[in-house]
Design a protein around this ligand. Structure first.
Ligand code: NAD
Ligand code: DAU
Length: 336
């Protein structure tokens, strides 16, 4: 791995920027970030990184000429860029199809032409959902059954990768991770939305009855798992990444409220998300067994406290996004 040149797409987003910080801290790699800086990209998420090791290119992963040139000059391509929010995909699926499918296609064609190592970042949502009382968890063999425009375009992108491995011998691995939390997550997402609502004096919002379960993992653990797969994963394989973090939404919201010194019921229930997946749960034993990876941030209460502190201390990072995000949510709440 020494001296490798990484191309990280979506490196100005929540998880991509976490990976860039991780890579710079743990390896001697040089990194080129390719990011379109949509509403979800934030240059401040890359602050503090050394200029002689990290270069940022503003551009679209659907731009085949740009992608070709950047892939040619890299040894390893790690593909995070995506339209990532389910609620947005219900309002307007078009950018999800363009970026998640078209952008992945452009990258795969370039790594095929230049024979580069490729790692594809995906989600547990490709497997659909589980019943609340089902003891089962997702494994690498679970059939694909995505529910939303977001998850179906991610599922399609995974299938493109699998086909390019089998048909063209592309040297790729795929990881499907559960719900991430931590610093620098956009305020549209559940945990930062509720934290910043409290900080703004607004009541948090819970969809439906709040019994839906998500399997939480700290973004730092996601990054260490991805690096481990790039270092030692078997080409053509899929690895699920999780940290045994199943919690229902109501419990997470109540933890946020009590940690922030608010009354446990100081929130509003709002209409449920259309097609809302009930429960996600990852069996990550393949990654542990084959590659010896383990999460280091398994204490959710501690990680949540640190995340709350981060949003308290970094209002300058999230404040510019807050009003527009809440305006969109207000429209959603008013829909019949
Ligand atoms: P995010 O929305 O915070 O960041 C996405 C980044 O991609 C942004 O910087 C955006 O500007 C960039 N981008 C979007 N369209 C682009 C385009 N056409 N060209 C170039 N850049 C573009 O997303 P995130 O939560 O950090 O998710 C990153 C990846 O991880 C996604 O592939 C997502 O599916 C996957 N994932 C996310 C989670 C989670 O809990 N957030 C869990 C598992 C997998
Ligand atoms: O499972 C991995 C996925 O996790 C990733 O692939 C996605 O990119 C990421 O956005 C996330 O998807 P979710 O839809 O699970 O995350 P979100 O933060 O939007 O919502 C988490 C849960 O909280 C979900 O059950 C909906 C609920 N929710 C969300 C918001 C924004 C609320 O109850 N209130 C809210 O205001």
């Amino acid at each position: 791995m020494s001296g490798q040149r990484f191309l990280v797409t979506g490196g100005a987003g929540f998880i991509g920027s976490n990976f860039v910080h991780h890579l710079v801290a743990r390896t001697d790699a040089t990194v080129t970030v390719l990011d379109k800086f949509t509403y979800a990209g934030n240059a401040a998420s890359l602050d503090g990184l050394p200029a002689d090791r990290v270069t940022t290119v503003r551009g679209d992963i659907c731009d085949t000429a740009l992608v070709d040139a950047l892939v040619r000059d890299a040894d390893v391509v790690v593909h995070y860029a995506a339209e990532s929010h389910n609620d947005n995909s219900l309002r307007d699926p078009a950018p999800f199809v363009a970026t998640n499918l078209g952008g992945t296609f452009a990258l795969l064609e370039a790594v095929r032409r230049h024979d580069r190592r490729y790692h594809h970042i995906s989600t547990d949502e490709v497997y659909g959902d589980l019943a609340l009382d089902d003891p089962a968890r997702f494994t690498e063999r679970t059939p694909y059954r995505p529910s939303s425009p977001y998850s179906s375009t991610k599922a399609g992108s995974d299938l493109l990768v699998r086909a390019w491995v089998r048909s063209f011998g592309v040297r790729a691995t795929i990881s499907n991770c559960s719900n991430n939390y931590g610093p620098r997550q956009h305020v549209e997402k559940f945990i930062p939305r509720q934290i910043t609502n409290v900080l703004c004096g607004e009541r948090p919002r819970l969809y439906g009855d709040g019994r839906n379960v998500r399997d939480w993992i700290h973004a730092d653990d996601h990054s260490s798992a991805v690096l481990r797969i790039i270092e030692a994963g078997r080409i053509g394989e899929t690895y699920l990444i999780g940290a045994d973090g199943e919690r229902d939404n109501r419990s997470v919201l109540e933890m946020i409220l009590t940690t922030m010194g608010e009354s446990v019921d100081a929130y509003d229930r709002v209409p449920d998300r259309a097609g809302h997946d009930l429960r996600y749960a990852i069996d990550g034993s393949k990654l542990t067994r084959e590659l010896g990876w383990r999460p280091e941030h398994g204490d959710f209460a501690r990680g949540l406290r640190a995340t709350i502190d981060w949003y308290r201390e970094n209002e300058r990072w999230w404040r510019p996004q807050k009003a527009a995000t809440e305006a969109q949510y207000r429209e959603r709440e008013l829909q019949p």
